[in-house]
Design a protein around this ligand. Sequence first.
Ligand SMILES: NC(=O)c1ccc[n+]([C@@H]2O[C@H](COP(=O)([O-])OP(=O)(O)OC[C@H]3O[C@@H](n4cnc5c(N)ncnc54)[C@H](O)[C@@H]3O)[C@@H](O)[C@H]2O)c1
Length: 325
Amino acid sequence: MPPAINIGIIGCGEMGEIHARCLKEIGTATIRGLCDTDEARARKLLAYSPDAYVCSNPERLLRDDSIDAVYVCTHNDSHAQLGIAAARAGKHVMMEKPVAISLRECEDLQNAVEHSGIHFMTAFKLRFYPSVQKVREFMPSPLMCIAQMTDERWPDSFWANDPVRGGGNVISQGCHAADLMCYLLESEPVKVYAAGGNYHHPGLDITDALTATITFASGVTGSLAVGDIGLTPYVSKLSFQVMDGTRSAHLYDRLKQVSMWDGKHEEHYTDSEELGFLLENREFLEVVRRKAQPSATLRHGIRATVLLLRAIESMKTGQPQSVQF
Ligand SMILES: NC(=O)c1ccc[n+]([C@@H]2O[C@H](COP(=O)([O-])OP(=O)(O)OC[C@H]3O[C@@H](n4cnc5c(N)ncnc54)[C@H](O)[C@@H]3O)[C@@H](O)[C@H]2O)c1
């Protein structure tokens, strides 16, 4: 049996706990250290790994030679800085999304990881849904994507709505949708034109909803609507449609269901549960074990942030923006 992989978790809130639960269920990794600035939160996760130590300073995990990889599950404003520190310490990284929330952070993180020799995976769980994989098999080369990720209104006091700690819904959650669109269209975004604004969080310096038209290097196009502008019960928070001239596929019900139309017949597929977290964790452990590239890389994480930052720039200037980075 291969030796267990030793993990440290930085940020032991909701997502730290979800990853700890997945790691326990998979059973091939050991959580050695739990770190949270609020140590009580870190202690709660001892339920998943009673022999782990608890600390409040991420440096403690990064200096621990027995730790192979860290999960960064803190708020968005500390992702880049912790990713850079982990790369310098030679720890592989599973980074919660968004990997960064400014262009400067994207650049610094990319530079730090590039020559470090670590493997860096962005936690884009939506890619791992079996329904999404079905659509990729059914339609490898779509010509168009209509994507929606709209949530119920987030409270003003929610950390993710804090302009510094979270960046607001478009940046914090929209990155999932931006990445899934790029993943389904299998091409690089090159230009974006967007409109939107702050519709219902007066006093917060954030963009809470945005619609964007995106052109890709292959010539295909995408239409993206994101924001905490209202949940739509019929299709759910997530709805993605792709078309290729003859065929179409529609993912909905939080991507658990997909309807595929080949021009003559409809095929329907349902996932019994949301498997994204578990499957992305499985892949990350294989990435560390085999020293392989993850399917969702740092570059993909940066691409999603840059696309949304450029979309906000387009919204503010009224001009299309290049998405080159
Ligand atoms: N992949 C997904 O579907 C998904 C869903 C929700 C949230 N997220 C992302 O996961 C991350 C965490 O979100 P959450 O909902 O778990 O938040 P949370 O508030 O529940 O937990 C974050 C924890 O990080 C701790 N923390 C903050 N700064 C720290 C630091 N510098 N060092 C150590 N600990 C620190 C906080 O004390 C808190 O306990 C966010 O980036 C968020 O965008 C991803």
